[in-house]
Design a protein around this ligand. Structure first.
Ligand code: ATP
Length: 137
């Protein structure tokens, strides 16, 4: 069964939105197969966001994602990579539709509450960065 990596960013953890976000994935019908708090090192953040290394906001992105604990999760279900991105909404919360996580809960692009893998390949890569095989249900 397909799996994806979802991460509640430091703003979402600090604003106590974990329950709200977990509920949305559970209600949709996905299964939580792993979840834990992680404080990212600069190295892990740079690996995770490696594709953005050349972007002007890369330094800001790494500083933000390492600024406090994230809540790292693995979710499982049919087409979960794509559907999770739909539940999360557009990258810029100002453009995210109401009913999506970012549309309902965020305003700024840098503090957009949650990350979800953009492909099955990214999901596998990101799950490997954050979890050992024996942590997955
Ligand atoms: P994520 O990878 O976090 O799920 P995404 O796939 O929707 O987000 P990307 O284009 O991969 O969007 O950008 C990665 C992250 O970089 C965004 O979630 C956002 O927090 C941050 N970001 C994107 N554009 C900007 C920007 N112009 N200024 C600051 N941060 C930005």
């Amino acid at each position: 069964m397909e799996r994806t990596y979802v991460m509640i960013k430091p703003d979402g953890v600090q604003r106590q939105l974990i329950g709200n976000i977990v509920s949305r994935f559970e209600q949709k019908g996905f299964k939580l197969v792993a979840g834990k708090f992680v404080t990212l090192s600069k190295e892990t953040a740079e690996t995770h966001y490696g594709e953005h290394r050349e972007r002007p906001f890369f330094g800001e992105l790494v500083d933000f994602i390492t600024s406090g604990p994230v809540f790292a999760m693995v979710w499982e279900g049919e087409n979960v990579v794509k559907v999770a991105r739909t539940l999360i909404g557009a990258t810029n919360p100002a453009e995210a539709a109401p009913g999506t996580i970012r549309g309902d809960l965020a305003v700024q692009v840098a503090m957009n509450v949650v990350h979800g893998s953009d492909s099955v390949e990214s999901a596998n890569r990101e799950i490997d960065i954050f979890f050992r095989a024996d942590e997955l249900q």
